[in-house]
Design a protein around this ligand. Structure first.
Ligand code: ZN
Length: 179
């Protein structure tokens, strides 16, 4: 196990679509080791999700772990540490809500992004079994943010108003800027 370096915005790997993983790869030792590294890296940096391209591995693999309870995003539904291979998203309701998103590949910044708030996620776990989840609210935002990394997208691409991209220290100090 090893803490890997998280690459930052500007690194070309963050901007290319990641490739699908094969059925054999999903159950391979190499992927198991990579996931161990991703978990250790996520816990070391601190965060609720990490996609493989963020450690310069351009494959369709991501982990998400949302601690439940009270947070700056309100009351959160807990999502235990889960590995998603080859995930896809179906939007069940186009209505959006916005959150101040952050990203380990864009350290220090927060941006206000609106996304659909009711989605279905399908993926494979590391045993090759199907995952099928329905998510609402902030959780729906987290999953869209993480899986965007697999398509070479960053949350900053989705900010409508550049005034709503700020440093997190200033956001904490001065509050939300007027749009
Ligand atoms: Zn991110």
């Amino acid at each position: 196990m090893a803490v890997r370096k998280i690459i930052r915005m500007g690194h070309p790997t963050l901007r290319v679509p990641a490739r699908q993983i094969t059925e054999q790869e999903i159950r391979s030792d190499a992927i198991a080791k990579l996931v161990e590294d991703m978990v250790e890296t996520l816990h070391d940096y601190g965060g609720i999700g990490l996609a493989a391209p963020q450690i310069d591995e351009p494959i369709r693999l991501a982990i998400i772990e949302i601690p439940g309870g009270e947070s700056r995003y309100g009351e959160l539904e807990a999502i235990p540490l889960t590995v998603f291979a080859n995930p896809s998203i179906e939007v069940l309701d186009e209505r959006t809500a916005g959150y101040w998103e952050g990203c380990l590949s864009v350290p220090g910044l927060r941006g206000f992004v609106e996304r659909p708030q009711h989605i279905r996620v399908t993926a494979k776990d590391l045993n090759g079994e199907d995952i099928d989840l329905t998510l609402k609210g902030f959780s729906a935002t987290v999953f869209q943010h993480e899986f965007d990394h697999l398509d070479g997208r960053l949350y900053v691409d989705l900010i409508k108003d550049p005034h709503q991209l700020v440093f997190e220290e200033e956001l904490a100090r001065y509050g939300e800027p007027d749009g």
